[in-house]
Design a protein around this ligand. Structure first.
Ligand SMILES: Cc1cc2nc3c(=O)[nH]c(=O)nc-3n(C[C@H](O)[C@H](O)[C@H](O)COP(=O)(O)OP(=O)(O)OC[C@H]3O[C@@H](n4cnc5c(N)ncnc54)[C@H](O)[C@@H]3O)c2cc1C
Length: 572
């Protein structure tokens, strides 16, 4: 029998080294509790580092179009309207109220926000927002904030287990008391025992083929929680960003339109005026992504697969000052300099609105298991997220959830590590089984066809028969997993083994998404059904809950927590 590593013990285990995980870790440290951060990549390679355009807060440093000033209530209204009235309004209010303090806190910790002439923090307009409310660090905002928090975590000497892939959550007598993880470098299994576990594992965008997300965003957290018995929420709501660089899926930030960029079809027409007469190019993402697809389908795109984003009129100086990263991406990956040529763009998967079902304090349906950030559904984004609200969610809920968790666990005794040891043995056996399989299906061809299938069957426009077929294919992919064999059968430094474990996670996540999407017979936010084109508040103004029962996904519903803003027709 393999000799097991000793179990690592701390008050709190945080799975995820992105913005959410690091912000939470800092809070746990400040409260005097011990914590361990686990990340499957170096924390600075977490997906948060790629965030470009900015983070919303009603600082009111820049006036709105009619000279009025922003407020947290206006931020909350835009967010709820953007969500197509599916967001829980108490959670939205918390986030928007906390937003200015979160921006100033990051500033004090070291984030270098871009500035107005008078020295105050600059703010730019973003889609679906009534005011210029997005604070930014040129177009490298996530990079700036993640480095700030990583410096703080390093300074605090919080243990970070990087390149550790979490393989299971440990639930004992109904309470989550730890997890197991595979160390990439050595191939050995580790156990982590804690009074509570916080999931901060990011989104599941990479279950789709055309995605702006980092390759690591495979939904492991949602799958781990599901398998442990937790509920997922609103998994059918997937954001497709309107502007990704044609053929590459690299994001061209909404900041480009925030700074004045315009969308043009092949006839040179600013077509958004027809789809969103008031907001035009700065309508929310679901509206703009659908409009672009419709233009392309009507033969008004370029090469039948893209439209143009034109920022030439901003001039070289402004482009270089506000959008240097975007310019470089277009030059490097499309051979197009946006100073002199329009950028070819097309929609691509971008964000996971759904995730682990949590209350406003981050508590999941399993005691001791918490979640925050993109892996969670609290829900502040409802059926469609507004740009700039996700970075905000990571730092606000990273802190709020850590506060709740700290007060919940402070009085608890140290848990018995024995169940973690037992889970380590199970993980050892499972890994051996995967590596021992002889000549079967190729992992990578299965992975590629899975992602392409998801984009084809659960993309921007959906319809019953196409989704039913997609669901059958997801179930079939699940069955084929058992016959996959890996070309590298070593435990140490085996990326294929990690990719296998990720694909294994993607299947139940995709099934939850599919069953939620099939059951929601209406169009709301990002979920657009050609067979049910209208929003149906009477029958579907509720959250979708998915759980794993006897090996398959069961669907139920939960009420939306309404508040200040009653549902109205969503026009832009
Ligand atoms: C290209 C791009 C640009 C964006 N720009 C903006 C923007 O300008 N403004 C905005 O508000 N939002 C933006 N977003 C969204 C935003 O960046 C993300 O939603 C946010 O950063 C997610 O942070 P997180 O902490 O929840 O997760 P992540 O930063 O994704 O971190 C997840 C962590 O979990 C770890 N992890 C996952 N699975 C495992 C496992 N099995 N074992 C161990 N560790 C694991 C990873 O290693 C990682 O450390 C953008 C998104 C994209 C794709």
């Amino acid at each position: 029998m393999t000799e097991l590593n000793a179990v690592h013990a701390s008050d709190v285990v945080i799975i995820g080294g992105g913005l959410t995980g690091l912000r939470a870790a800092l809070q746990v440290f400040r409260a005097g509790l011990s914590c361990a951060v686990i990340s499957k990549v170096h924390p600075l390679r977490s997906h948060s580092v790629a965030a470009q355009g900015g983070m919303n807060a009603s600082l009111a440093n820049v006036a709105g179009p009619d000279g009025e000033m922003d407020s947290w209530e206006r931020h909350a209204y835009d967010t709820v309207k953007g969500s197509d009235f599916l967001a829980d309004q108490d959670a939205v209010a918390s986030m928007c109220r906390e937003a200015p303090a979160a921006v100033y806190e990051l500033e004090h910790l070291g984030t270098v926000w871009s500035r107005l002439e008078d020295g105050r923090i600059a703010q730019r307009p973003f889609g679906g927002a009534g005011f210029p409310r997005t604070c930014y660090a040129t177009d490298r905002t996530g990079h700036n904030i993640l480095h700030t928090l990583y410096e703080q975590v390093t300074d605090a000497k919080i243990p970070v287990y990087e390149e550790f892939f979490v393989t299971s959550l440990v639930v004992r007598e109904g309470r989550c008391t730890g997890c197991t993880a595979l160390e990439f470098l050595t191939g050995t299994v580790h156990g982590f025992s804690a009074k509570a576990v916080l999931m901060a594992t990011g989104g599941f965008g990479r279950i789709f083929s055309r995605s702006t997300n980092a390759l690591i965003n495979t939904g492991d957290g949602a799958a781990l929680a599901l398998r442990a018995g937790a509920r997922l929420k609103d998994m059918e709501f997937v954001q497709f960003h309107p502007t990704t660089l044609r053929g590459t899926s690299i994001l061209i930030s909404e900041a480009a339109r925030g700074e004045g960029g315009i969308l043009l079809n092949r006839d040179g027409e600013r077509f958004m005026a027809r789809y969103a007469p008031q907001s035009g190019d700065l309508a929310p993402r679901d509206v703009v992504a659908r409009a672009i697809e419709q233009e392309i389908a009507a033969g008004r795109g370029f090469d039948n697969d893209c439209v143009h984003l034109d920022i030439r009129h901003l001039g070289k100086e402004k482009i270089q000052e506000r959008l240097p990263g975007i310019r470089q991406i277009a030059i490097d990956f499309a051979g197009v300099d946006p100073v002199t040529e329009p950028i070819p763009i097309q929609p691509g998967q971008h964000y996971s609105m759904g995730g682990i079902d949590v209350k406003i304090d981050g508590a999941s349906s399993i005691p001791g298991l918490y979640a925050a950030g993109e892996c969670a559904c609290v829900s502040v984004h409802g059926a469609n997220r507004l740009g700039g609200n996700s970075l905000l969610e990571t730092v606000v809920f990273g802190r709020l959830v850590a506060d709740a968790l700290i007060s919940d666990v402070s009085h608890l005794p140290v848990p018995d590590p024995a169940p973690v040891t037992a889970a380590m043995r199970e993980t050892e056996a499972k890994l051996d089984d995967i590596l021992d399989r002889g000549g079967g299906r190729s992992l990578f061809s299965l992975l590629e066809s899975f992602r392409e299938m998801m984009f084809a069957h659960f993309g921007i426009f959906r319809e019953a028969a196409q989704m039913e077929e997609g669901l059958q294919r997801i179930l079939s992919f699940g069955q084929q997993l058992g016959s996959v064999s890996l070309s590298d059968i070593n435990r140490e430094v085996n990326p294929a083994l990690i990719r296998y474990l990720e694909l294994e996670a993607m299947v139940p996540v995709a099934e939850a998404l599919a069953r939620g999407a099939i059951g929601r017979r209406e169009s709301r936010g990002s979920h657009t059904r050609t067979d049910y084109p209208s929003r149906d508040d009477r029958n579907f103004l509720h959250h979708t809950i998915t759980t794993l029962e006897n090996g398959s996904i069961a669907v139920s519903t939960a009420p939306v927590r309404m508040g200040m803003f009653p549902p109205v027709e969503r026009v832009y």
